[in-house]
Design a protein around this ligand. Structure first.
Ligand SMILES: NC(=O)c1ccc[n+]([C@@H]2O[C@H](COP(=O)([O-])OP(=O)(O)OC[C@H]3O[C@@H](n4cnc5c(N)ncnc54)[C@H](OP(=O)(O)O)[C@@H]3O)[C@@H](O)[C@H]2O)c1
Length: 289
């Protein structure tokens, strides 16, 4: 059985990938949770998973973490602006360890998207194209949780964005995690690029209506020009340039950059992706619990 390392395993996606690997019957001792802060992974260690320090800003920790590892999932960092350099450190460490597969969580349509948020993923994909180890690209679309993560704010202000009548095809993190686990445990994924998104594409008006149904509240969608939405985000406390980058990401929905008809996510997980209404209902239920 190959040894599989998951970086950022203390993050929301990373934890779900570890869960999905265990659900697939992977021996916990063959899983390496490669994390920035090992103290935050005590629950994973208690399940028999190996926990090793792997900080994207500390190349030595990455090299040590990947020793003896066969397959690595590099989960993109949350430190926007620092990510390309951080990912390059992880890629170098995977090369150093001579892994047989390096999978990377990129962004949907990375080769054509104009979304500002995609720039660091594009730089990372360019570095991966030069990698000396086999690579698989998991180009993740939007999480459904992006719309349910701040439920109180959404119930107060409704869904706000710059997507117009554009459509987004979200799927819950769990679906993306299962897809990553399928790639990490399967064969024939080296050299492949997967465009991963939900089966259904909805407008933000439709998503707002689903949140309304799930909560029993009146939730609408307010569409704003990018500049106005940036200002709203800025007033809500987001620093520049993050405010503008987030507003641009919403406009990317209007540009058709957050859907795909590839069917890759459903194929990898061996079932239809979770219906958006079900995912929203589950998140609303979890928030109320
Ligand atoms: N597709 C989407 O809709 C979407 C939405 C948001 C983000 N993303 C991207 O997908 C990634 C995973 O999503 P998520 O929901 O799991 O995000 P998350 O819960 O914020 O997790 C981010 C992870 O990155 C780790 N990290 C940050 N800096 C690091 C460093 N210097 N060294 C090692 N690890 C570091 C964090 O470590 P700690 O646990 O120590 O904090 C955390 O585990 C995000 O980081 C982001 O790149 C995608």
């Amino acid at each position: 059985m190959p040894t599989i390392a998951v970086t950022a395993a203390t993050g929301q996606l990373g934890r779900l990938v570890v869960d999905a690997l265990l659900e697939r019957g992977v021996d916990p001792a063959s899983i390496v949770a490669a994390v920035r802060t090992p103290d935050n992974a005590q629950d994973l260690a208690a399940r028999g998973v190996q926990v090793r320090e792997a900080d994207y800003t500390k190349p030595d920790t990455l090299k040590a973490a990947f020793q003896g590892v066969d397959r690595v999932l590099l989960i993109s960092s949350s430190e926007v602006g620092q990510r390309a350099a951080q990912h390059a450190n992880a890629i170098a460490a995977a090369e150093d360890a001579g892994v047989e597969l390096l999978a990377y969580t990129s962004v949907l349509q990375a080769d054509t998207t104009t979304m500002l948020l995609a720039a660091e993923h594009q730089e990372t994909e360019r570095r991966l194209a030069q990698a000396t180890v086999p690579v698989a690209l998991l180009r993740n679309g939007w999480y459904t949780e992006n719309y349910t993560g701040q439920l109180e704010v959404t119930l107060e202000h409704g869904v706000v964005g710059s997507a117009g009548e554009g459509r987004v095809a979200p799927a819950p993190r769990r679906d993306f995690a299962e897809a990553a686990a399928a790639v990490l445990t399967g064969e024939g994924h080296a050299g492949r690029t997967y465009e991963l998104a939900g089966d259904e594409a909805l407008t933000l008006t439709e998503i707002a209506a689903l949140i309304g149904e799930a909560t029993g509240k009146d939730v609408g969608y307010t569409d704003l020009p990018v500049e106005a939405y940036t200002e709203v985000l800025s007033k809500a406390g987001l620093p520049a340039p993050v405010d503008g980058v987030i507003a641009d990401s919403s406009a990317a929905i209007g540009r058709g950059e957050l859907t795909t008809d590839s069917g890759d996510l459903a194929r990898l997980i061996g079932r239809p992706t979770t219906p958006v209404a079900d995912a929203i209902r589950a998140d609303v239920g979890a928030a109320a619990a």
